[in-house]
Every structure is written in structure tokens, then in C-alpha cells.
Design a protein around this ligand. Structure first.
Ligand code: PHE
Ligand code: ZN
Length: 867
């Protein structure tokens, strides 16, 4: 080994070089077992790690242990001082034997860890976050997901401040020590990659419960929170038990340890983390009661609890070979949690919500400078790839395979996958192969979904041939160019398609079309009457459909289609027929067809309320923008608010009635949630058409509300109105909830999202509010990310919205690069905007790019956005 590489004083060069998928190699050394010994203290924690390593194959390369900001105090091989040195942040250990115990000791400083990666302090707790590369901030280790080890962890800490000591697996020993300290030893028998390591120390209390698995094993369940928060853990506990049962019933997957712990922490970069046997959650995805959480919060909690629980199989028992395979665990697990929520709530409404997220977040990502395939080819900083593409588009890929195989064969394929790869680090290719083998299908062309970025576009035209009694569906597909990818091949698009009678709306035929060419013609026989096309039902393929259906046809679909998703979709298209010309500054067609369709929807007693709410909801400004070649944010805003005004003015009576239906605040049934969702949409339209009446009803709703959903609806309506009720309600809300940080996040978010001309100024002031901080990711996102998503306010013609975001990114980057980097994408869309905005957005990106000492996280996002 060259001595220069062994020099411990070598400076750490900023490393912005990409990592490529094609460069994957097996690790030189396996680590079979990890023994961790930690003296926990917020100021200085001493970590001693003993790794049982084994040479992989024939080579004489050193053992490379990744570190991030670590300095080795000692390095030993089998109890003797090792020859070792630093290369950048990594520790290289010279190895003269094939198997050894390699021990290192380091000191880390949790209370100075503002990145919230590795071991950090949050609200009096000590906790860890290791995915993707946080373990190397705790100790030297290969820290790559294909190195799987069993773990044993001994923790010592002050018994009074940290009475509870948790880690993965099972508690095997605990006891008192001198000087008021105590210890606990945990062992995890399941080999796992380092990113699934976790520990928590703190003064926590548990909501305790039990679950009996399908084979009759008893599992102890604990949700650990501050004592005062215990009453707010009930919903999460129910969701956990429901998830455990569902995974047994639907996938035949049983939990494998005797203990399942969840801990809620206030400072967390993402939503939650699936560490083996010790899930750590952002407290917003655990804590809820009717007084402080909305229906959407309750649903999100159930979804995230399920998601993390499902990872125990899709992620932990079968993990990822390398980070390019991230969608192997995330896409599949999102699909699993989506189906769970569909089963627990409303199948159609949940699908509509998921498609809305896909269109609002993933489609823009896929058509912008940060577009990447579901299985990326390279990254500078892997954290930037925890994206809607990897997660949500990844879930759509699994859903398409489910559609193509059908439920029985899909289940056989997942059985095969779990059995064949249990205990392994697998690839997306492994998963697809199981689908092929158990499903008896050829997915060769389907694999393009993993490698080609961009949202496919489909042109669909239905032509009826009266003489031949047939209807011909002409299809064309194109896959757009994306950064680094041009000239793409046609993909396999499973299109659930039906023909409806134009007169009666009756369904004539439904088919699953596998459209896999650039162009094709599908013939429907025995078509003896005029028909309407209902295509991509349930959003069976994640594509953009362009069809030439008339307003009349869409109105019929909106009113009659037997597929509820297709009804929603027809309403959206009908609304876009009116919105898009207006947003382009073209002549605006009369709104009558939309108004009539909304009226018909409101009066339809067969539709459930949640579906009604979805159907009458106007496409968001972001979604309208997504359909335009060039976005003028003022024109988009005007188009949407004008249509809302017209509907509100025309349908006053129906809307007043729709928003007045009552439901008990603590009733979380689908029906009750639907009533409140309909109230939100109806009141929103009404307030657009009749602002004074809207303000009066909203204030009355605020005053009488017995639940957070209605309270938030009332504030949302008031936030957009010039009424004195507005300030009164916001002040009252602040006074009532100033001690509850999750609700205070809503107070910031509602003001950041307000549809009013002075939102920019208000947000500029709120940045200086004593309750605002860049250190807590939830608070930062509640104000800044919601503001950046507020199209009208963020794209203020002065460019001050962009400047504010740039300033926040630069400041946040010094504290928490991961979170800062995730705030960049709204600026990255600059090419899609009218020239004056595009120039100002680009300037804001350049300001960030030229700021000193940028993290590689932000560097990657900004350089790609400008490139
Ligand atoms: N793996 C987590 C999930 O999807 C997300 C996560 C990634 C959390 C990185 C923290 C850090 O469930
Ligand atoms: Zn996940």
C-alpha cells in the first residue's frame, strides 16, 4: 500500500465526482458481525466497533472502511495495533489474513450534528438515522447495502436523562452501573446492511400492545413518545396492527422478531425509517387526535406506518444490492402501502389521490432537468435520489406488472421473490425475473420502464366504422427526451380501455390493451351504436393521454362511467378544456359545460361524498402549468380563479347545501371524511363566487368546528379573502395551538399557501417570526416548501420569491444539506416559464451556485438545474 495513501494528515478534497451503476463490484471484504460498544452522551459519545471481516475472493487489497468526519482513536486487528491510514474520509486497514476482528474507536458529537444523519440529538433524545450513508458518521464501516451482518450493541448512558435504551432486535441484558449510569445490550439475529442500524436513548414512554401472528407467535408492540403524547398514539398503533394483518393476508408475510418498536422524534429529515425492529418516525407521522390532526394527517399516518412496517420484508429481509436499486425496495413498498390504504379506505379515492401526487410532483420532475430513470445510472449524492420518480413512478411500475400478471400470478411472483432472495441484497432485475418466471410472461420490453426516463405521451383517437360495425382505436406513443437520453424506444403500456354507449353511458366492453409499439390500431367488433372512449381507467399506465373527446363526451363519461376513476378523469379533462385556452391567453370557451357537469355531480345521489369532492375539484395551478408549453403564472392563476368564480356564482344553492352536511369530528369513517372533503371543495368554490358569503360561512365553520379538518378548511378559505374574519381566525388559531409544534406547522403552511396578492410579503416577514427555524425540517418545509409550491405567490413578477428561496437554500445548506437540496427543484423548472420569470429563476440558481462551500447535495441539484 502506497505510503502517501496512508498519511493520516492528508487533506479532504471536495469530492463531487459521480458514482456509476456500471461500476458496481462486489465488496472486497465481508463483515459478518458487528459488535458496537457506545458510551452515549450528547456532547461526546465514544464508539468502539469490532467488525468480524472476511476476505471476499482472491485479492490483496486493504480493508476500506468509510467514514464521514471521523478520526480513528485506535485501529486494531485481532487485538493488536493495525497498519492503517486515511484516504480522504475513509480508513484503509492493511490486512495480512483472510479473516479477522478489526476494531476501531472514535468520538462523535451528537449535539453538534445539525445534518440529522448519524447519531444526533432531538428534543432531549439521542437517535440515529443511517440510510443511506449515515452509519459512517457513527463508526468506520464499509457502509454499503450489500454488506450484511448481525449486530450486537451495548449502550451506556445516564440513567436519569436516558432511562430507555433501544436498538435493533432483542434486548438481551440490562443493568445499573456506577455514577448514575446504566447499560443495555441488544442483539439483532437477522443479518442486515448498516443503513438499517438504529439506536434511541431517552426519557420515553410506550403505548404497549400485542399482535398474534398467523402462525401464533406473540409480538410485543411499542410506540415510544414523550409521556404527554401517549394519548396521540392510538391511531398509529391501530394502523400498525392493521398493516401486520394485511401483509399476512395479502402477501403471506409474517413478522419475524418478538418485538416491534416505533419511536417518534421531532427533528427528522424525511417521513420515517424502517430500521430493523426499531422504526424511527418523524413525529408528524405518529401523533394525532381529532383536535390537532386532519383527516389527511390520519390517512398519512396509516400509510407511513404501513409503509415502514412493510419494509420488514420488502427492504429488510430482501434488501438492495446498491443504491441504484433503491426503487426495488421503495417502489414496491409504496405500491404495497397504496394498496393497503385502498383496502382500508376507499379504493377509488385513494387511487385518485395517488395519481394527483404523481402528476403534481413526479411528472414535472420527469420533464425537467432532474429527470432520471426509476433505476438511475449515476449520482453525485444518493440522498438526492429519494425522489417521486424512484418512489411513486417506481410504485406505478409494480402496479403495471400487477395489472399485466393479474393478482394470483403476481402473488406467486412475490412469493418466489421473497423466498429466492431472503437474506440477500437483490436488484430490480431479480424482481422482474421473478415476475417473468412465476407470471409466465416476457417482460423484456417492459424493462425499459426501469431505464428510460420521461413520461410517455399517448395520442388516442377512436373512429367508428358504421358499415363494418367496428370501432378502431388509433394509438400513437412518444417518449420524450430527457437529460442524457434521446431517441427512446416505445414502451409497454397496459391501457385499461372501455367503450361506452354514447346515448346511455352503458359499458359495452372493457379490455386491457398492451400497447407496445410507436403506433397501433385496436379494433373493437360488434359496435352497432355511437360509442365513447374510456381509456387508461384507474390510471393503468402512468402516461399522458391526449384524446380528441368532445365536451359532450367528457360530460357523459363524468356522469356515467362505471369506473369511478374515469369519471374523475373526465371531469379534469373537461375543466382543462376551459382552463388551458385561458391560461394560454387564448379565447376562453364558455364555462357552461363545466358548470353543468359540476351541478350534475353535486346532485348525483349515487356518488359518495369523497368522490364528489374529488370530481368538483379544479386542477391545481401546477397541474395546469404542466400541460402548457410555456407557463405564465399570472395567466394560469387568473384562468383558474375565474373558472372557480363562475362555478361559485352559478351554483350557490347547490354549494351551500353541499358544504352544510354535518359529521361528528371524531368520526373517521370514509363517509364522514367524505363529508368534510366535500365541504372543503364546495366552500372553496362558493367563496370564489360569493366572497362575503364565503367569509361568513368560513368564520362560522371555524367557530363551531370540533375537528382540525374543518378548522383547516375554514382557515384555508379565509386565507384567500380580504375579510376581517381572516386575521381574527389566524390569531385565535395561533393562541390556541402555539404549544403544539405540529399544528404550528399548519399555521405557517396555510399562510405560505394563501391565494392572495400579498403572500410573498407575508412569507418574507414570517421568516423572522420567533417560531420559525431552519433547524427543524418540518418547520422549514411548512413555510418555505409550501411557499415554493404556491405558484402565484412564488412566481411573483418581482422575482423576490425566487430570491427568498435561494437565500433559504444557502442558509439551510450550512445546517442540513439534505433538506436544503430538496428545496431546489422548484427553481429548476425555469425553462418552462415565460422569459422574464425564466431569467429571474436562473439568476436565483446562479446565486446559489456561486455561494461558497456548497454541499455536494445542493451542488448536484443546482448544477443539473443550470446545465
Ligand atoms: N427509507 C425511508 C422510507 O422510505 C426513507 C428515508 C430515507 C428516511 C433516508 C430517512 C433517510 O421509508
Ligand atoms: Zn420506504
Amino acid at each position: 500500500m502506497a505510503d502517501a495513501r496512508m498519511n493520516p494528515e492528508a487533506p479532504t478534497a471536495p469530492d463531487h465526482a459521480p458514482t456509476f451503476r456500471k461500476d458496481y463490484r462486489e465488496p472486497d471484504w465481508w463483515v459478518r458481525h458487528v459488535e458496537l460498544d457506545m458510551d452515549l452522551d450528547p456532547a461526546t459519545t465514544r464508539v468502539r466497533a469490532t467488525l468480524r471481516v472476511e476476505r471476499n475472493g482472491e485479492h490483496d487489497r486493504p480493508l476500506r472502511l468509510a467514514g464521514d468526519g471521523l478520526k480513528p482513536v485506535t485501529v486494531e486487528i485481532d487485538g493488536e495495533k493495525a497498519r492503517s491510514g486515511m484516504e480522504g474520509d475513509d480508513l484503509l486497514v492493511e490486512m495480512d489474513r483472510d479473516a479477522a476482528q478489526v476494531a476501531t474507536e472514535v468520538e462523535i458529537h451528537p449535539d453538534r450534528n445539525s445534518q440529522l444523519m448519524g447519531l444526533y440529538a432531538s428534543g432531549g433524545l439521542l437517535c440515529t438515522q443511517c440510510e443511506s450513508e449515515g452509519f459512517r458518521r457513527i463508526t468506520f464501516h464499509p457502509d454499503r447495502p450489500d454488506v450484511l451482518s448481525t449486530y450486537a450493541v451495548t449502550m451506556r448512558a445516564d440513567a436519569e436523562k436516558f432511562p430507555i435504551l433501544l436498538a435493533n432486535g432483542n434486548l438481551v441484558e440490562q443493568g445499573k452501573l456506577d455514577d448514575g449510569r446504566h447499560f443495555a445490550r441488544w442483539e439483532d439475529p437477522f443479518p442486515k446492511p448498516s443503513y438499517l442500524f438504529a439506536l434511541v436513548a431517552g426519557d420515553l414512554k410506550a403505548n404497549r400492545d400485542r399482535f398474534t401472528t398467523m402462525s401464533g407467535r406473540e409480538v410485543e408492540l411499542n410506540i415510544w413518545v414523550r409521556e404527554a403524547d401517549l394519548p396521540r398514539t392510538r391511531h398509529a398503533m391501530q394502523a400498525l396492527k392493521d398493516s401486520m394483518k394485511w401483509d399476512e393476508e395479502v402477501y403471506g408475510r409474517e413478522y419475524d422478531l418478538d418485538l416491534f418498536n416505533i419511536v417518534a422524534v421531532d427533528d427528522f429529515n424525511f417521513g420515517a425509517m424502517e430500521n430493523k425492529g426499531l422504526n424511527i418516525f418523524n413525529s408528524r407521522y405518529i401523533l394525532a387526535d381529532a383536535d390537532s390532526a386532519t383527516d389527511a394527517d390520519f390517512d398519512a399516518i396509516a400509510g407511513v406506518v404501513a409503509h415502514e412496517y412493510f419494509h420488514n420484508w420488502s427492504g429488510n429481509r430482501v434488501t438492495c444490492r446498491d443504491w441504484f436499486q433503491l426503487s426495488l425496495k421503495e417502489g414496491f413498498t409504496v405500491f404495497r402501502d397504496q394498496c393497503f390504504s385502498q383496502a382500508m379506505t376507499s379504493e377509488a379515492v385513494k387511487r385518485i389521490e395517488d395519481v394527483r401526487v404523481l402528476r403534481a410532483i413526479q411528472f414535472p420532475e420527469d420533464s425537467g432537468p432532474l429527470a432520471h430513470p426509476v433505476r438511475p445510472e449515476s449520482y453525485i449524492e444518493i440522498t438526492n435520489f429519494y425522489t417521486a420518480t424512484v418512489y411513486n413512478k417506481g410504485a406505478e411500475l409494480i402496479r403495471m406488472m400487477h395489472t399485466i400478471l393479474g393478482p394470483e400470478k403476481f402473488r406467486a411472483a412475490t412469493d418466489l421473490y421473497f423466498e429466492r432472495h431472503d437474506g440477500e441484497a437483490a436488484t430490480c432485475e431479480d424482481f422482474v425475473r421473478c415476475m417473468e418466471e412465476a407470471g409466465g410472461v416476457d417482460l423484456e420490453q417492459f424493462r425499459l420502464w426501469y431505464s428510460q426516463a420521461g413520461t410517455p405521451r399517448v395520442k388516442a383517437r377512436l373512429i367508428r366504422d358504421e358499415k363494418a360495425n367496428v370501432a378502431r382505436l388509433q394509438l400513437e406513443q412518444t417518449v420524450p427526451d430527457t437529460p442524457g437520453q434521446t431517441g427512446k424506444a416505445p414502451m409497454v403500456l397496459p391501457l385499461k380501455t372501455a367503450l361506452l354507449s354514447a346515448q346511455s353511458g352503458r359499458e359495452i366492453e372493457e379490455r386491457l390493451i398492451l400497447f407496445d409499439k410507436a403506433e397501433d390500431e385496436i379494433v373493437f367488433d360488434n359496435v352497432t351504436e355511437p360509442v365513447i372512449l374510456s381509456i387508461n381507467r384507474d390510471f393503468s399506465a402512468p402516461v399522458i393521454i391526449e384524446s380528441d373527446r368532445s365536451d359532450d363526451e367528457l360530460a357523459t363519461l363524468a356522469a356515467m362511467d362505471a369506473n369511478p376513476f374515469a369519471r374523475y378523469e373526465a371531469m379534469q379533462e373537461l375543466m382543462l378544456h376551459s382552463l388551458l385556452p385561458a391560461a394560454r391567453g387564448e379565447e376562453v370557451p364558455p364555462a357552461d359545460p363545466v358548470i353543468e357537469a359540476v351541478r350534475r355531480t353535486l346532485n348525483d345521489d349515487t356518488l359518495d361524498k369523497a368522490l364528489k369532492a374529488e370530481a368538483i375539484r379544479l386542477p391545481s395551478e401546477a397541474m395546469i402549468g404542466e400541460r402548457l408549453e410555456e407557463i405564465d403564472p399570472d395567466q394560469v392563476h387568473r384562468a383558474r380563479s375565474t373558472l372557480a368564480e363562475e362555478i361559485g356564482a352559478a351554483l350557490g344553492t347547490e354549494l351551500v347545501e353541499a358544504q352544510a352536511i354535518e359529521a361528528a369530528g371524531d368520526d373517521l369513517s370514509v363517509e364522514a371524511k367524505g363529508i368534510r372533503a366535500l365541504r372543503r371543495e364546495a366552500l372553496g368554490l362558493l367563496a370564489a363566487g360569493e366572497p362575503e358569503e364565503g367569509a361568513r360561512l368560513a368564520k362560522a365553520l371555524y367557530d363551531r368546528a370540533d375537528n382540525m379538518t374543518d378548522r383547516q378548511t375554514a382557515l384555508m378559505i379565509l386565507s384567500g379573502l380580504e375579510a376581517e374574519e381572516r386575521q381574527l381566525a389566524f390569531d385565535a388559531f395561533y393562541e390556541r395551538y402555539k404549544g403544539n409544534s405540529l399544528v404550528l406547522d399548519k399555521w405557517f403552511a396555510l399562510q405560505a399557501a394563501a391565494q392572495r396578492p400579498d403572500t410573498l410579503e407575508r412569507v418574507e416577514k414570517l421568516v423572522d417570526h420567533p417560531d420559525f427555524t431552519l433547524k427543524n425540517p418540518n418547520r422549514l418545509r411548512s413555510l418555505i416548501s409550501n411557499f415554493a409550491a404556491n405558484q402565484w405567490a412564488f412566481h411573483h413578477s418581482s422575482g423576490r420569491g425566487y430570491a427568498l428561496l435561494a437565500k433559504m437554500v444557502i442558509e439551510a445548506d450550512r445546517i442540513n444539506p439534505q433538506v436544503a437540496a430538496r428545496m431546489v427543484p422548484p427553481l429548476g423548472r425555469w425553462r418552462r416559464y415565460v422569459p422574464d420569470r425564466a431569467r429571474l429563476m436562473k439568476e436565483a440558481l446562479e446565486t446559489i451556485a456561486s455561494s461558497e462551500g456548497l454541499s455536494k447535495d445542493v451542488y448536484e441539484q443546482v448544477s443539473k438545474s443550470l446545465g
